[in-house]
Design a protein around this ligand. Structure first.
Ligand SMILES: NC(=O)c1ccc[n+]([C@@H]2O[C@H](COP(=O)([O-])OP(=O)(O)OC[C@H]3O[C@@H](n4cnc5c(N)ncnc54)[C@H](OP(=O)(O)O)[C@@H]3O)[C@@H](O)[C@H]2O)c1
Length: 244
């Protein structure tokens, strides 16, 4: 038996248009799952390789999770749902999260929308005995200079993972999470495009390299598979040792 064969399974990755979510989506598609992904832009052709996007074997749909009404109206063409990955995330630099408008926006995208998406797809996950994976961050475990909403939202995401796991275990749904460290995506360009900042960041990572979407995909495949059948409410830190 190959526990990492997802043939016949349907996967939805919210925030699967680029970076970590896109890498996770492609990993499921490579293992023969039928995979839908979402992003904020109108069409998949609005993304490029530069964005960390590839849509081979993925079915793209637009969804802005900052709008609760858009989540309510969202109707992906799914007959069933075996794995829901919530990888959406945003950050505002230049102290924008210290103003309430910025703070609220990041909380809406990074935390409120997690609950809205999880609740929306709960019935489908219950029918299939499926798996929910919430992407938080190692930012849940330390202060993030200049980004109060990012840190608060990611800490909230870890708590939400525990509590939904406890609540939905009796429905046969396993809820777990992934806390990435520093991963090379369009979100982290402010660090990775600046040689001095990048060198400083790598210095703090015991493995001395950035994480990749593929590194995160390994954790997602494990958590969604029968190999993790007794893992519940756990957020797996995947950070090359960053927060050790
Ligand atoms: N990169 C890291 O070092 C790192 C570390 C820890 C945690 N994370 C988390 O990992 C997740 C993926 O981030 P990433 O690094 O892969 O960055 P990314 O490439 O920018 O991906 C973020 C994803 O979220 C989507 N998104 C952003 N705002 C949205 C909105 N209002 N409505 C719907 N979707 C929205 C993006 O859509 P568009 O592509 O259309 O913008 C994209 O699909 C995020 O939750 C992030 O916080 C990242």
């Amino acid at each position: 038996m190959n526990e990492l064969d997802f043939t016949g399974k349907q996967v939805l990755v919210i925030g699967g248009s680029s970076g970590i979510g896109n890498g996770i989506a492609r990993a499921f598609a490579m293992r023969d799952a039928k995979v839908c992904v979402t992003g904020t832009r109108a069409h998949s052709t609005d993304y490029s390789e530069e964005d960390g996007s590839s849509f081979e074997a993925l079915d793209y749909h637009q969804l802005d999770v900052a709008q609760p009404s858009a989540i309510e109206a969202f109707a992906p063409p799914l007959q069933r749902l075996d794995v829901l990955v919530l990888a959406q995330g945003a950050v505002i630099y230049r102290r924008g999260e210290f103003a309430m408008e910025g703070f609220r926006r990041v909380m809406e995208v990074n935390l409120m929308s997690l609950m809205a998406c999880a609740a929306k797809f709960h019935p489908l996950l219950k029918t299939s005995g499926g798996s929910l994976i919430i992407v938080s961050s190692t930012a849940a475990y330390h202060a993030t200079k200049g980004n109060p909403a990012y840190s608060a939202s990611k800490t909230g995401a870890v708590g939400l993972t525990r509590t939904l796991a406890q609540a939905w275990a009796e429905d046969g749904i396993r809820v777990n999470g992934i806390a990435p460290g520093l991963v090379d995506t369009k979100m982290t360009k402010a660090t990775t495009d600046n040689p001095k900042r990048l060198a400083g960041a790598l210095e703090g990572i015991p493995m001395h390299r950035l994480g990749t979407p593929q590194d995160m995909a390994g954790a997602a495949l494990f958590l969604a598979s029968p190999l993790a059948s007794y893992v519940l409410g756990h957020t797996l830190v995947v950070d090359g040792g960053l927060i050790l």
